[in-house]
Design a protein around this ligand. Structure first.
Ligand SMILES: [Fe+2]
Ligand SMILES: [Fe+2]
Length: 252
């Protein structure tokens, strides 16, 4: 199902409750009555079309083939990706950590197995933090600079030099799959944790891990299938434009 601007915002959540966290990332709070998507977006000063592209791509895996996030600026896309990073680091990861700690505290037999889970999740958290920091500190500033240069048709010497040594295709090659370890974590709980471990917390941890995995998958798809191709085109255009300029100035 494709969500549209005239649908009731509440119906989006009824159709896909995983959109709850995405809606809150846009700063939209619950309690919107029967207002439509467009009405709620206007009220919160959120671009309705960008909002729809995000909720649709997170609800239908094939939605990207129909294009449309490409029409939005890198600035908007990076803004959303940054909010998603915050959600991982400040919200869902601490929640999972807390649930595993509860699981550990409520487990009286074979505690060492749950300890293993705790350590394994710690490793995952470190890996995720390194991944996020690299994007926040290096990749996102770079793509924003590329977009600015592309739009203003002006490029600093520094960025021009940087482009010769680094391209968004390097990012695509180095972009690690941060979902993989989550599968191992889920299997650890589903298959290998002894049945004695508290099932209440165990199920809660598992549900959160599934949620994080789905979210990280959607996030990576936006980075790889929307942000990177857009930047690749801009880089090509900038390189050809400014290399010609350099060539012309040497010819003169
Ligand atoms: Fe990211
Ligand atoms: Fe990433």
């Amino acid at each position: 199902m494709i969500f549209t601007k005239d649908m009731k915002m509440a119906d989006l959540i009824h159709k896909n409750y995983l959109l709850l966290s995405i809606i809150s990332r846009f700063g939209i709070l619950l309690g919107f009555g029967d207002k439509s998507v467009e009405e709620v977006c206007n009220e919160y000063k959120v671009n309705t079309y960008f909002f729809l592209e995000i909720v649709n791509s997170c609800s239908n895996e094939n939605y990207f083939t129909d294009v449309q996030l490409k029409h939005f600026s890198i600035h908007s896309i990076v803004g959303y990706l940054r909010k998603t990073h915050k959600f991982y680091i400040n919200q869902i990861v601490p929640e999972i950590q807390c649930l595993i700690t509860n699981l550990y505290q409520n487990c009286f037999k074979q505690k060492e197995n749950v300890k293993l889970l705790l350590n394994f999740f710690d490793e995952y958290k470190n890996e995720l933090t390194i991944h996020v920091n690299r994007e926040e500190d290096v990749v996102y500033p770079y793509v924003l600079n590329i977009e600015k240069a592309y739009e203003t048709k002006k490029i600093s010497d520094e960025l021009f030099e940087q482009m010769k040594n680094y391209s968004i295709s390097d990012y695509l090659n180095e972009h690690s799959n941060i979902e993989e370890k989550l599968l191992d974590l889920k299997n650890l709980i589903i298959k290998y944790l002894p049945p004695t471990a508290d099932f209440k917390y165990r199920n809660k941890v598992l549900v959160k891990l599934f949620q994080l995995e789905k979210d990280v998958n959607d996030h990576s798809r936006i980075e790889e299938k929307v942000m990177a191709p857009k930047i690749l085109n801009m880089e090509k255009s900038l390189l050809s434009h400014f290399s010609n300029d350099n060539q012309n100035s040497t010819d003169e």
